[in-house]
Design a protein around this ligand. Sequence first.
Ligand code: HRO
Length: 309
Amino acid sequence: MADISASFAGLSLRKCIYNASGARSMTPEELAALGNSEAGAILTKSCTLLPREGNPEPRYQDLEWGSLNSMGLPNLGYEKYIELSPELKKYGKPVFASVSGLSLEDNMKIIEAMNASEFDAVELNLSCPNIPGKPQVGYDFEDTEKYLEEISAICRKPLGLKLPPYFDFAHFEQMAGIIKKFRVRFLSCINAIGNALVIDSEKEIVIIKPKGGFGGLGGRYIKPAALANVRKFHELLPDIPIIGVGGIFTGRDVFEFVLAGATAVQLGTVLMQEGTSCFGRVARELEEIMDKKGYPSLERFRGKLKVIE
Ligand code: HRO
């Protein structure tokens, strides 16, 4: 049987497949279910300084090809996740905290506290698209650099970044140039495509309430954008492990992300739709493809996507 383990940021995952932040990862019960599942790691919902209810409902809709959400960062507050961290470690897999403070100051306070927690690493979310009046930090290169200067100076856990999708080579290059200046241990690419609009033409109405119906698009719609972001950052930053996320539903999808350069992958929309059984199913599908192709491990084909000469 093919080996689908992965290691990055000094951590070893028995399986390279785990949850995307936000998908069934907010409550102690949801996090325990991830612990008991075949997920290779546990990643929390992005946390803020204070607990948040999030945006008014309806704020999440499943669609034929994915999902649209404007959750607005509902979470239990960073202190609760830190309190839960020793219990989460008992599942014997790496435990990641997603941090999405509403300001640099908030992030500094949270990261400072995370240093003394049982979390193995931090995924700093620079790309929440759903807070009214708060632009995504990852689209402001000056702000991103300032955040990384301050946060990387105090963060004693391995620090990774959750990036928004980029769509222009100039932006990939600018972001990669900034990331190179700091000790960033992994990149999770991509967050939802922000501020998408889905319309119910029958009822002539939007499908979610916050922000006039604008929300983060996930699932199959965004897989080509996610693959492009994984590929481009892998080319520009070959020494930084890239975690692929966006539209992964099957083992074949994981295979494609690894070919593009991903070290591991996260499941979001499929986890919302199918529940935690998706981890075992996708893992077995991936193993089957690798066995058929004769690849004993992910290293054998990682990044080896061919181009047409
Ligand atoms: O909570 C959300 O609305 C949310 C966050 Cl923080 C994020 O990073 N990405 C997303 O699609 N939704």
